[in-house]
Write a protein that binds this ligand. Sequence first.
Ligand SMILES: C[S@@+](CC[C@H](N)C(=O)[O-])C[C@H]1O[C@@H](n2cnc3c(N)ncnc32)[C@H](O)[C@@H]1O
Length: 181
Amino acid sequence: MILTLAERIREVETAFAKHQTDKLTHGYAPVYATVKWGILDILELGVYRGASVRAWLDLFPAARIVGVDQSEPLDPTTSERYRLVVRDYRYAIEDIHPGGFDLIVEDMYHYVDSQVEAARLYYPRLRPGGMYVIEDVHVSNISALEAGLVAAGLPLGEIIWTGPWATPPLRPDDRLLVMTR
Ligand SMILES: C[S@@+](CC[C@H](N)C(=O)[O-])C[C@H]1O[C@@H](n2cnc3c(N)ncnc32)[C@H](O)[C@@H]1O
């Protein structure tokens, strides 16, 4: 079945709403709707209750998902396609399979230092054609984040603001920084 982009955005919004991840109210559906349906490997840094993991399981039916979180999620998700690594992201890289990922989502505490450090560690695991997403970039942090990425030898990436989709539509922390490879 081939969907139009508008239909896929609707599908992503529906999954985000069903699983109650704040990716919906941040307005991120149009960006994730551009990720290929058939991707095979997803890594999410910062899982919390597993809401976004369950959305990825719905949205990418062929994908194996690795989640990293420093604390055991309160509502663990079980699926043959999902593996959780309970560890601080700085010490989890050895537990991540070396084959790489098509989508890496960094949704931890949104401090610039950890955003840069996580990208330094995990961006090299992004496959060609893949997408590395840093979520919830606060407008006041954009310059520091870009400077940190450049200093770490990483690509600048692109700041994306999906403002009109966010609820409410004017929030300071609903920017994404997207790096491709
Ligand atoms: C915003 S929540 C994740 C929400 C989830 N991605 C979703 O959309 O439903 C942030 C999570 O990042 C985790 N986290 C924060 N700092 C971390 C670190 N240093 N290493 C691993 N996980 C961390 C927290 O434990 C928390 O569960």
